[in-house]
Write a protein that binds this ligand. Structure first.
Ligand code: FAD
Ligand code: UDP
Length: 372
């Protein structure tokens, strides 16, 4: 008999949720992570009394009531509503694109005037079926907003021309003809009071966790420990890149501690001008309405991923998606390994979607195990 029922590779939200559900079933789990902390990309580092979103700004938002109830078992959520501001050449605009943005740009005061202005700008472009992000964005909001608030930011973020990017990326952003700066449409939103580590600690409570431990450095040994493996790392790395590398965008953060109580008055300020090298500045204390005497900001720079760097955003273009399908086919033939999470599924998953996916997979799997 092996020491564990499951060896879970990765202590991010997928691995931790899986471990929690397995533990509830009385199953024995070992969670390993190559990083020196649990939590994956939702990890927060506390400095000067401020929770730093160490791998980028994370705002929990969902319409999924069961997932919302699930995370609320581990932490209470505050009333934070994401309302980023865009800075274009020193001028500030509200995001997502809404009546406040339209008023600032064109001094229009009614939804009809705003819609007329957009229609006037896109009439001559004749875009009926947008073929890429540029066309999609133009069709949604017209040339002024595209030029000032989308093109520069998007091309910095993705390192590619907007006309070479898929249109679905921009569809994530709401466009509203109301005065509503809420970045998300979801019913539930907030930041866990005490930071995301509280949720991770709750999920992993009573579960054996080994940090600084890379599964791929000795996979035969780790496989010998457990009946089943749950793998949440990059799928191409698991299969030794046999079909080639799946591309990602990476990020670099410059964290800075400043001796002022309030640097920018908002958690997130996007810099949409191509000439500014970073995409956004995060001021972490505002996620939790912090009143500390000093502040911590992070400038976020986007970069092409290269081996050795952190994988952040999957580049889901046709070539990468086709390559992923080949890896996925291989994974379905791999016995006793469950692939899950954003890296193993090569998917831009939000937190609630990763949790939902882990809950669904465990439900199915443990149901089948109970029947066997
Ligand atoms: P991860 O958190 O990446 O966890 C995988 C873990 O596996 C990592 O800890 C890694 O070290 C470990 N691992 C990998 N390979 C190995 C190995 N060989 N051996 C051992 N360990 C290994 N979602 C939202 O809902 N709202 C947001 O505002 C939001 N903002 C985001 C901002 C940024 C910049 C990014 C990149 C993502 C954001 N997300 C957001 C998405 C969110 O981060 C993910 O949905 C979630 O963290 C994914 O969890 P995961 O467990 O799948 O992956
Ligand atoms: N985007 C933009 N201008 C902005 C913010 C976002 O053009 O000020 C575009 C950009 O292409 C980005 C996409 O909208 O990749 C989705 O933005 P979101 O904020 O959802 O990205 P994330 O939070 O995942 O970085």
């Amino acid at each position: 008999m092996k020491s564990y029922d499951f060896l879970i590779v990765g202590a991010g939200l997928f691995g931790a949720t899986f471990a929690y559900k397995a533990k509830q079933r009385g199953l024995r789990c070992l969670v390993i992570d190559k990083r020196n902390h649990a939590g994956g990309n939702v990890y927060c580092k506390n400095e000067h009394g401020i929770n730093i979103h160490y791998y980028g700004a994370h705002i929990f938002h969902t319409n999924d009531k069961p997932v919302w109830d699930f995370v609320n078992r581990f932490a209470s959520f505050n009333r934070y509503t994401n309302s980023p501001v865009a800075n274009y050449k020193g001028e500030l605009y509200n995001l997502p694109f809404n009546m406040n943005t339209f008023y600032k740009l064109w001094k229009v005061t009614t939804p009809q005037q705003a819609q007329d202005k957009i229609n006037e700008q896109i009439e001559s472009l004749k875009i009926s079926h947008p073929r890429n992000l540029e066309e999609q964005a133009l069709k949604l909001v017209g040339t002024d907003i595209y030029e000032k608030l989308i093109k520069g930011y998007t091309e910095k973020q993705w390192g590619r021309k907007a006309c070479d990017l898929p249109s679905f990326i921009i569809k994530r952003l709401p466009v509203r003809f109301t005065f509503d700066n809420n970045y998300f449409n979801d019913l539930y939103q907030g930041i866990p009071i005490g930071g995301y580590n509280k949720i991770i600690d709750g999920l992993l409570d009573g579960v054996e966790v080994k940090l600084n431990t890379n599964y791929l450095a000795d996979r035969d040994y780790f496989n010998s420990l457990a009946d089943k493996i749950v793998y949440t790392g990059p799928i191409d790395e698991y299969f030794e890149y046999r079909f080639g590398t799946l591309e990602y965008r990476s990020l670099r953060f410059e964290h800075e501690h400043l001796d002022v109580p309030n640097f920018q008055g908002n958690a997130v300020v996007n810099y949409t001008d191509a000439a500014v090298p970073y995409t956004r500045i995060i001021e972490h204390k505002h996620f939790e309405f912090g009143t500390q005497p000093t502040t911590i900001i992070s400038r976020e720079y986007s970069a092409e991923w290269k081996p050795g760097m952190e994988q952040y955003y999957p580049v889901n273009n046709e070539e990468n998606n086709n390559r992923f399908i080949r890896y996925q086919q291989l994974s379905s033939l791999t016995n006793n390994v469950i692939f899950g999470g954003r890296l193993a599924e090569y998917k831009y998953y939000d937190m609630h979607q990763v949790i939902a996916s882990a809950l669904m997979k465990t439900k199915k799997l443990f149901g089948a195990m109970a029947q066997a």
